[in-house]
Design a protein around this ligand. Sequence first.
Ligand SMILES: Nc1nc2c(ncn2[C@@H]2O[C@H](COP(=O)(O)OP(=O)(O)OP(=O)(O)O)[C@@H](O)[C@H]2O)c(=O)[nH]1
Ligand SMILES: [Mg+2]
Length: 230
Amino acid sequence: MKKPDVKVVLLGDVHVGKTSLLHMYVEKKFQDTVSTVGGAFYLKQWGPYNISIWDTAGREQFHGLGSMYCRGAAAVILVYDVCNLQSLVELEDRFLALTDTASPDCIFAIVGNKVDLTEEIPVGQETEEQKLASFSSSNKVRRQVCKSDAIALYQRILKYKMLDEKTVPPAEAMCFETSAKTGYNVDFLFESMFDTVLPFIKNKKGKGSAGTVDLADYKTGKGKNSSCCS
Ligand SMILES: Nc1nc2c(ncn2[C@@H]2O[C@H](COP(=O)(O)OP(=O)(O)OP(=O)(O)O)[C@@H](O)[C@H]2O)c(=O)[nH]1
Ligand SMILES: [Mg+2]
């Protein structure tokens, strides 16, 4: 098997949907999951490159392994559940420090998953009674995290990492909302990440090997496929 060119890691609290996002992206289906033990590794071929995507366990008992999985990562995808504010808080309190072992120019994305569970109510258009009635009749739950909260976290991450805003992708481009259940934005998330880490691969190859990177090959997306190595 060809050595991966670059590593992408998913981090986040238990139950936020990290494994489901990967299943939906790799296998195009939403299926039952069991809470991840340790970590699992998928390989994605992206044009001429091999990208390893690491799914990690959110459970506290595996916390110590997180920094090992992040070692040398070119990108970290921090996942929270839009219906669970605490899962966003945990990203900063518990998971961000694990990324200290990632590459110094690591790229971050923040992903609010499970948007299918939320009832989007246009602000100011419904009374409290109407909102309550709509929630109870549809099994939807109220969203606890807005995209602006994720954008604010992204900006704090840049400060923590001492990254210059001008040299990294803007917050609006790196904060996503997804549903692993319906597939909403799942391909877009992963493919935007791969597009963003491409210069990283190019830089690494330029330093480490005589090979050159043909961006035209990459843009055609020829030969994209994936395999699970978990
Ligand atoms: N409605 C809905 N449920 C989801 C979604 N994503 C995941 N789930 C459900 O949430 C639960 C947890 O999903 P997992 O993908 O196992 O979560 P995880 O983040 O990998 O959890 P750990 O491996 O324990 O860290 C499962 O019951 C999933 O079916 C989503 O987008 N929408
Ligand atoms: Mg999991």
